[in-house]
Design a protein around this ligand. Structure first.
Ligand code: SAM
Length: 276
């Protein structure tokens, strides 16, 4: 019998794809975890029935959430990743030289362990990279307790339900502001401009209320709802729309480039409406 996975994207829309085999299923303290081998998208991590990352398109998400803020800051040395239990964002951060501190905070030890075991391709060098300090802790608590220490904060969180819910609030963005150095910036994945319009508007309202610079950008990520995904940046000083021409990747990327960096902030009018 054929096996299929279905993600409910909203009350009226499902996304379904064929599964070759189940690699792992289990339940942690926080969420249900599945690693599947799918027929078209390769390996897939699913948390609480929501697709998180797949072999097919993970590089787009991870390069776009990490490299856009990393190439906005002129000299990022102290980095925090909240969430990102699959290790893909940490892989992208650690492509940079001159890092002094890479703090990684995920609430769920089981997700991190399962990804290390079953999705090692997401970050083959994770164990070797001594600069990365993993803390198993709620990102909200970590943020509340951190003051003025990070150049770049990457919020690679799950959807605003379950353990990720409080990561989408005004209070959290205020704590992120306090955790950043005086010229720091943060980025967060902020869902689909088709299905989550009110959420995105609310996030931008909150971020704009706190940060002098608030920007929205998009990337095409086929396995995420609607295929078009938003990211939001709040910055104290550097505008991601005018990155420094002198800073370009000296490592391999499959999606990110200085041209894509500029282009991703050019929004179609129906997305621009969310920013106004
Ligand atoms: N790219 C993904 C997406 O948008 O579908 C996000 C992937 S990543 C696997 C999400 C991670 O956020 C998970 O590892 C989860 O454990 C973590 N997470 C959720 N809530 C969190 C919180 N409050 N603090 C820290 N990590 C959290």
């Amino acid at each position: 019998m054929e096996l299929w996975i279905t993600e409910q994207q909203n009350e009226d829309v499902n996304f379904t794809c064929k599964v070759n085999s189940t690699i792992y299923t289990g339940k942690s303290e926080f969420q249900e975890i599945a690693v599947l081998d799918t027929a078209y998208f390769g390996k897939m991590l699913v948390l609480d029935d929501v697709i998180q990352t797949t072999t097919f398109d993970q590089y787009i998400y991870h390069e776009m959430i990490v490299q856009v803020p990393m190439f906005t800051h002129p000299d990022p040395k102290s980095i925090l990743v909240i969430g990102g239990g699959d290790g893909g964002s940490i892989r992208e951060v650690t492509k940079h030289k001159n890092l002094e501190k890479v703090q990684w905070v995920d609430i769920d030890k089981t997700v991190v362990e399962i990804c290390k075991t079953y999705l090692p391709e997401w970050n083959p060098d994770l164990e070797k990279n001594k600069i990365v300090d993993l803390k198993i802790e709620d990102g909200i608590k970590h943020m509340r307790e951190s003051k003025g220490i990070y150049d770049v904060i990457i919020v690679d969180c799950s959807d605003p339900i379950g353990p990720g819910e409080q990561l989408f609030t005004h209070a959290f963005y205020q704590d992120v502001y306090s955790a950043l150095k005086e010229d720091g910036l943060f980025v967060q994945q902020t869902e689909s401009p088709f299905y989550h319009r009110e959420l995105i508007k609310g996030i931008l309202r909150d971020v704009r209320d706190i940060y002098p610079i608030a920007r929205l950008y998009t990337a095409n990520i086929p396995t995420y709802p609607s295929g078009l995904h938003c990211f939001t940046i709040g910055s104290k000083k550097y505008d991601p729309m005018t990155p420094l021409a002198s800073r370009t990747p000296d490592f391999e990327t499959l999606c990110y480039s200085p041209e894509i960096h500029k282009a991703c902030f050019v929004l179609p009018k129906y997305v621009k409406e969310l920013v106004l």
